[in-house]
Design a protein around this ligand. Structure first.
Ligand code: GUN
Length: 294
């Protein structure tokens, strides 16, 4: 069994990005600039966004953090997004999810200029991913494929089971894993209404879990030699930790890991990859890689 070290891989990728940015600057180019919008004070969301802002520094990017109170109206938030769209200094925009219930997430995501949608959440980018057109691929699926590629783990023709059908992780992961010349895998998506869940998981050569239920995947649900990517990150109260909690993935790691050929830890697996993929998308935005400058 080998650990897929997302933390180390992500550090390497950020160093590669920094080297490219220094080259861009030496050639008179513009520093990539990410705008991150967050509403409210959810601890996990604040940590994720702080990690993204720090990653911008690591990569030599500029960043703008816009934090609003929970009381902000949908119209006011739409206006803030539109200001970022118009701001020519800003290459990439993310709005951290979830948003408060009085704000329609779909409306906000649709308001982001899809050419600056470095999360790849806008319907334009989602649709393009499905039909194999150039686009921003959302960071978690992109991070999964990048991690597998860097460890020389082929997905071609493999049976890939995705546990979870969220718009952020499950659906785009399935789309990327089945896509021609990308994952090229045979993909099954499982969700809360799926039947024979255990039997389906036992078929998997590659298992991606994104359901947010600690220890959901147990050793009897997987076959020997499976590759597991655990996307779940749940905070569980733990008074022995200075932060008062610890992070648990969807997989019963201690019992499952010995049966795997490769597995990601939580933390330190796909999480850090997600951040470095966001940086790659922001670099692509600054370079107009997917959407040429008009
Ligand atoms: N919330 C959880 N993951 C993400 C992500 O990748 N991007 C944004 N914007 N919000 C999230």
């Amino acid at each position: 069994m080998q650990i897929l070290d997302g933390k180390q891989t992500s550090e390497t990728i950020k160093q590669e990005i920094l080297a490219e940015v220094e080259q861009l600057m030496a050639n008179g180019g513009k520093r990539p600039h990410l705008a991150a919008i967050i509403v409210g004070h959810d601890g996990a969301s604040e940590t994720y966004v702080a990690n993204k802002v720090k990653a911008c520094r690591d990569c030599g990017f500029d960043s703008t953090l816009l934090q609003f109170e929970d009381s902000i109206s949908e119209a006011e938030l739409l206006n803030e997004v539109k200001k970022c769209n118009r701001n020519e200094e800003i290459d990439g925009i993310i709005v951290q999810l979830p948003l408060p219930h009085h704000i329609n997430e779909h409306k906000i995501i649709e308001a982001i200029d899809y050419k600056k949608d470095v999360d790849g959440f806008h319907p334009e980018n989602v649709g393009r991913l499905y039909i194999g057109m150039p686009c921003y691929i959302s960071a978690t699926p992109k991070g999964i494929l990048e991690l597998l590629t860097r460890y020389h783990i082929s997905t071609k023709g493999k049976k890939c089971v995705v546990l979870g059908r969220s718009n952020i992780v499950g659906k785009p992961t399935a789309a990327l894993m089945m896509q021609k010349d990308m994952g090229d895998a045979t993909v099954t998506i499982l969700h809360s209404h799926s039947q024979n869940l255990k039997e389906e998981c036992l078929q998997a050569d590659i298992l991606v879990t994104a359901i947010g239920q600690p220890h959901f995947v147990t050793a009897d649900m997987i076959k020997d030699g499976v590759v597991i990517l655990d996307i779940g990150i749940t905070r569980v109260a733990d008074s022995t930790r200075s932060k008062g909690y610890r992070l648990l993935g969807d997989v019963d790691f201690d019992n499952v890991a010995p049966k795997c050929s490769y597995i990601t830890p939580v933390p330190g697996g796909v999480g850090p990859m997600t951040v470095s993929m966001l940086m790659l998308n922001t670099l692509a935005a600054a370079k107009h890689t997917y959407y040429p400058k008009e």
